[in-house]
Design a protein around this ligand. Structure first.
Ligand SMILES: [Zn+2]
Length: 480
């Protein structure tokens, strides 16, 4: 039942993101049914544990839905600047990144940043109430989950159980990565003027950098069609695309960046894509296709939870692996980018963004871990965030900024999973290079191996290629 509901719900979400008519009433009904099924499951079963945890998550999602919707609404209505416009309307949280990407006058960006930071006072109470409620729901189910009967002390425990990692290990991993990246990051930041045309300051955030620093390279990628290119590469090593549907049409209400939906694993996987800026789209299209081939390669005879309930730290391995092709000079040469200056610039800029990713995500992850673990208030969380950003990024950013992030004020954890997956993706890439070829994307036997790894779904044998050793990844991004 859970799978049927999940499929129906994902289908509606797909229609919504694709810019088609979708049934709002149906979405509400499905979410109610999902809640009932989860409640029933939690009352009657305690095994399998993954399903128990996902049921608690469903219950928590459903109960806190009104807060989530309120947060979305306030972001559009209250986080808004009266002085500047984007697309004919006052800049709001929703158009902030586009405004930052297009605005040439840095002073205007600074004003909007400062204004939005002040206006977090409108969303702080909702974030606080929602997280408090989530904490309460998890503590109500606490005795059910922990096999040692210590109970769940916070929603963070649920996350750690599904990622199969302990808090102390995760903390150490994340803070070690942050410390290793920080010196290099700060010295590269000195070349900021070359990257973004100005001295980097506190309001030049990760997303601003990500948009700006590839702008001069875009023209070299206009002739590459990402969908054609990624299908050709992966098709040549045996990936079957018959269960993956790419929607490349441009509809006005279609979601701007590429996104993948697992409507039914492994038979119905859908990728939405519309062309915008060439290089960014190339990498994000490869990323989403990585998700798609993973889901379509999962063995259909596995149990429901083994097919669907793998954590982000596993899901993102394959998307990051396929995306990394778009940063690999050997691969880029294969698809026709032959200008050496462009290739070396691209590598440098990508490495810088990966360093930025590590220092920024280290601060994000550590703040969220402490938030749950030490039961911080929103004010305390902001002060801690300020401190962590200073420590890892070397910038004085107002701590309230975390509430303006798209993930931090919404997800229980989520952010460190990207770091875990980045480590594993680098290990997998090394494994494939050593076992097959530096150009493993040309080797059908490498494709076969990948499918064998992916086929196991949640039962993936990570030991085959990963020790969760950060060295490969960190050496790669800290090398010159
Ligand atoms: Zn992803």
């Amino acid at each position: 039942m859970d799978e049927t509901l999940y499929s129906a719900e994902t289908n509606e979400q797909y229609l919504q993101f694709a810019g088609y008519d979708y049934d709002k009433k149906n979405i509400e009904n499905l979410s109610k049914m999902k809640y009932l099924v989860s409640e029933m499951f939690v009352r009657s079963f305690s095994e399998p544990r993954i399903l128990l945890l996902s049921s608690i998550e469903n219950i928590s999602d459903a109960i806190t839905k009104p807060f989530e919707l309120k947060l979305h609404e306030l972001r559009g209505s209250k986080i808004k600047n009266r002085d500047f416009k984007y697309g004919g309307k006052q800049v709001s949280w929703n158009t902030w990144r586009q405004f930052n990407s297009a605005e040439i006058d840095h002073k205007k960006r600074k004003i909007v940043f400062d204004d939005f930071v002040k206006k977090t006072k409108y969303i702080a109470p909702v974030i606080n109430s929602r997280f408090k409620k989530i904490r309460k729901i998890y503590s109500d189910f606490s005795d059910k989950v922990d096999e040692n009967h210590k109970g769940l002390t916070s929603p963070l425990d649920g996350y750690l159980i599904s990622e199969k990692i302990t808090l102390s290990k995760l903390k150490k991993l994340v803070s070690d990565m942050g410390s290793r990246a920080t010196t290099r990051f700060r010295s590269e930041l000195n070349f900021g003027t070359e990257l973004i045309g100005k001295e980097p300051e506190y309001y030049d955030d990760f997303y601003f950098f990500r948009n700006r620093i590839f702008q001069s390279m875009e023209k070299y990628f206009t002739k590459i069609n990402p969908v054609v290119s990624v299908r050709r590469t992966l098709g040549s090593i045996g990936f079957d695309f018959s269960n993956i549907h790419f929607d490349t049409d441009d509809r006005p209400n279609k979601y701007p960046s590429p996104i993948c939906f697992f409507v039914k694993i492994p038979d119905d996987i859908r990728v939405l894509y519309k062309s915008e800026s060439p290089y960014f789209n190339l990498s994000s299209c490869y990323h989403e296709t990585g998700h798609a081939i993973h889901a379509s390669s999962i063995d259909q005879d596995l149990n429901y939870w083994e097919k669907y309930k793998f954590p982000m730290g596993i899901a993102e391995i394959f998307s990051i692996l396929i995306e990394s092709l778009t940063r690999n000079p050997l691969y880029l040469k294969d698809i026709g980018i032959t200008n050496d200056k462009v290739l070396s610039d691209l590598i440098w800029r990508n490495k810088f963004m990966e360093l930025f990713f590590v220092v920024f995500y280290a601060a994000n992850s550590l703040m969220k871990m402490e938030y749950w673990n030490r039961n911080l208030s929103i004010y305390e969380a902001s002060r801690l965030y300020e401190k962590l950003i200073r420590k890892y990024m070397g910038l004085e950013v107002p701590g309230e900024y975390w509430m303006l992030h798209h993930i931090l004020p919404e997800a229980i954890m989520y952010v460190p999973s990207y770091m875990i997956a980045a480590i594993r993706a680098a290990e997998l890439e090394t494994y494939l290079s050593n076992k097959f070829s530096d150009k493993w994307w040309n080797e059908p036997s490498a494709g076969e191996k990948l499918r064998e790894i992916m086929a196991r779904g949640e039962r993936i044998n990570l030991e085959e290629f990963s020790k969760l050793d950060q060295n490969i990844f960190m050496k790669e991004i800290c090398s010159s």
